[in-house]
Design a protein around this ligand. Structure first.
Ligand SMILES: [Zn+2]
Length: 392
């Protein structure tokens, strides 16, 4: 099964190239606004061909867009109108209104630029082949930009596919929002499971598991420390800025990946081997984990280890399959606030400072690190029960 997540990466152009990116974004947004107004004023249907035919020349001549960018403008505007309509529909449904209002015209106030993968942007090597760079199209040809992908390594995993990216400019920095399609395990069929194990991935513990009787923890302290060490080292080398320093940054990155790879290999092996054949492992889906990492404080940002989550999931899926076990991803909403005994949801049940969970309804009390795993285990059992009912 495939899932698409957005990787947000800062890209860093050469100082002399910054204006080229800004110009391209400005021209692109201005063209979008023009097309948006045209569609609005002429009450045009959202047809790619019809809008394109009406506006293409102006996009080329007035806004000096290269032909492919001019074609992208139409797509961007249509997508914006569609999302306006979806939001309005949701709003109507929520408040029980029937009447459809006229479309609100998207205004494209913030400068932006849509980039089609392998056409408007791509990954290339730098001159001494020590570092990958993003090559990005502008109004005056392509430029090369280095980038920061800390905690976004999952986006570069084998088989990950990049889609049409959006370039945005925020706090004086450029960011590429890249939709990345990755492979995640299929939902298993419900028959023949001998055990259900909830696996909660986190920072204090790389994995906490609950099998209905006991909880097991795999510590994250060592990982956190080691990654911070690598980060520090990289920063020092980056400041030096020589080509040998850049080369060392790359070797350090590889060493760190090998080491993290090894940690995940050990954890996934321990999980699979310490449970019987036919175990259903229940994990939070990756979209939920991305949401979770966004809440992490900035100073801890490097340790959000979302790549580690993805990598662990891949390794666990592979090993489980060879062992006759399976993986199930579930929507993790409220897993840390829900009482695993009575199902009561309350933010106040969880005390962050003391790491204690005390249910405000039934009084069940436990260390809060186990709660996520217990709830995931419960969700796994519910999944099997539901699947059984619908199968009968
Ligand atoms: Zn309770």
């Amino acid at each position: 099964m495939q899932q698409t997540l957005t990787a947000k990466m800062q890209i860093v152009p050469q100082p002399s190239d910054r204006q080229l990116l800004l110009d391209a974004m400005k021209a692109y947004s201005a063209a979008c606004l023009f097309v948006s107004a045209y569609v609005h004023d002429h009450a045009m249907p959202l047809s790619q061909i019809r809008i394109h035919d009406a506006v293409y020349r102006t996009c080329r001549s007035t806004y000096a867009l290269p032909s492919q960018m001019a074609a992208s403008v139409t797509r961007t505007v249509i997508a914006a109108y569609k999302s306006v309509r979806t939001n309005q529909k949701r709003h109507r449904e929520r408040f029980g209104k029937k009447k459809r209002h006229a479309d609100i015209m998207p205004e494209f106030r913030a400068p932006q630029l849509s980039l089609v993968w392998n056409r408007d942007y791509s990954l290339v090597w730098n001159d001494d082949k020590t570092e990958k760079l993003f090559s990005v199209g502008t109004l005056k040809g392509r430029i090369k930009c280095s980038f920061h992908a800390d905690a976004m390594e999952w986006a570069f995993a084998d088989g990950a596919k990049f889609g049409t990216a959006k370039l945005v400019f925020k706090h004086d920095k450029f960011f590429l929002h890249v939709p990345v399609t990755i492979e995640v395990p299929d939902a298993p069929d419900a028959s023949g499971y001998t055990r259900v194990v909830g696996v909660d991935r986190g920072i204090r513990f790389l994995a906490a598991t609950y099998d209905g009787r006991k909880t097991t923890f795999h510590s994250g302290a060592q990982v956190k420390q080691k990654r911070a060490h690598y980060k520090q080292l990289r920063r020092q080398l980056q400041m030096r800025g020589t080509s040998s320093a850049r080369h060392r940054i790359r070797t350090i990155g590889q060493r760190e990946n090998r080491w993290m790879n090894d940690v995940n290999h050990c954890i996934s092996k321990a999980l699979v081997c310490s449970n019987p054949e036919g175990t259903l492992f229940v994990l939070e889906d990756l979209a939920g984990i991305r949401g979770a990492t966004e809440r992490v404080r900035v100073k801890d940002r490097y340790t959000q280890v979302s790549w580690t989550y993805y990598d662990l999931e891949q390794k666990l899926a592979y090993k489980a399959k060879n062992y006759g076990s399976s993986l199930l991803s579930v929507d993790p909403a409220y897993t840390s606030q829900t009482c695993p005994i009575c199902g009561h949801v309350d933010k106040k049940s969880r005390k962050h400072e003391t790491h204690i969970f005390k249910c405000t309804a039934c009084g069940y009390t436990s260390n809060d690190d186990r709660i996520g795993a217990m709830n995931l285990q419960r969700m796994g059992i519910e999944y099997l029960l539901k699947a059984q009912v619908s199968g009968e």
